[in-house]
Design a binder for this molecule. Structure first.
Ligand code: HEC
Length: 154
């Protein structure tokens, strides 16, 4: 049995040797645009508390970098989104991002997704977590600090 494996191995090595004359399989993908979100990324907890100061800081950046797509109020109706015919989610509706974790939002803001360019290292990690806080804040205009009242289905 072991003998067969050795022979097989030698054969495989030999054929690899031949094909490696054309080393196109070593080609690396340009950029890492399609890096994947891991379960660890999605499970990350937001280490940055949502504070009025933190939100004010990123609200300015949001105006420059995000509002043209996601809209000033998070409604997804920015000018660029309209030009690009993007159908963006309405963050003012609390249901929209209910099932999306902070880690997932952070990952998308950092790496981008589909037509959305990521922030990458353009903004610090702390600032990107504050973007997460800001995105969440669009849904709770009036209910800011009210405790959640659990209502029965329907
Ligand atoms: C060019 C338009 C564009 C810009 C600019 C943009 N986004 Fe997006 N964003 C998108 C699109 C399109 C999606 C949906 C991607 C998908 O699901 O394929 C998205 C998705 C998201 C999501 C995931 C939740 C959701 O609604 O799908 C977050 C969070 C987000 N964007 C935050 C931001 C922040 C913060 C900025 C600015 C730093 C930003 N975006 C800038 C187009 C944009």
């Amino acid at each position: 049995m072991r003998g067969t494996l050795v022979v097989l191995g030698a054969f495989l090595l030999a054929s690899l040797g031949i094909s490696s004359a054309k080393p196109d399989f070593t080609q690396e993908k340009a950029g890492s645009a399609d890096s994947k979100m891991t379960p660890e990324d999605a499970a990350k907890k937001n280490p940055v508390a949502s504070t009025p100061e933190g939100l004010a800081e990123v609200r300015k950046l949001y105006g420059y970098n995000c509002a043209m797509c996601h809209g000033k109020t998070g409604d997804g109706k920015g000018d660029l989104a309209a030009d690009m015919k993007l159908e963006l989610r309405d963050w003012r509706d609390a249901n929209t991002l209910e099932k999306v974790t902070d880690g997932e939002l952070f990952w998308i803001i950092s790496n981008g997704k589909g037509k959305m360019p990521g922030e990458g290292d353009r903004t610090k990690e702390r600032v990107r977590w504050n973007f997460v806080n800001l995105v969440r804040s669009f849904a709770k205009k009036d209910a800011a600090d009210k405790p959640k009242t659990e209502s029965p289905q329907g």
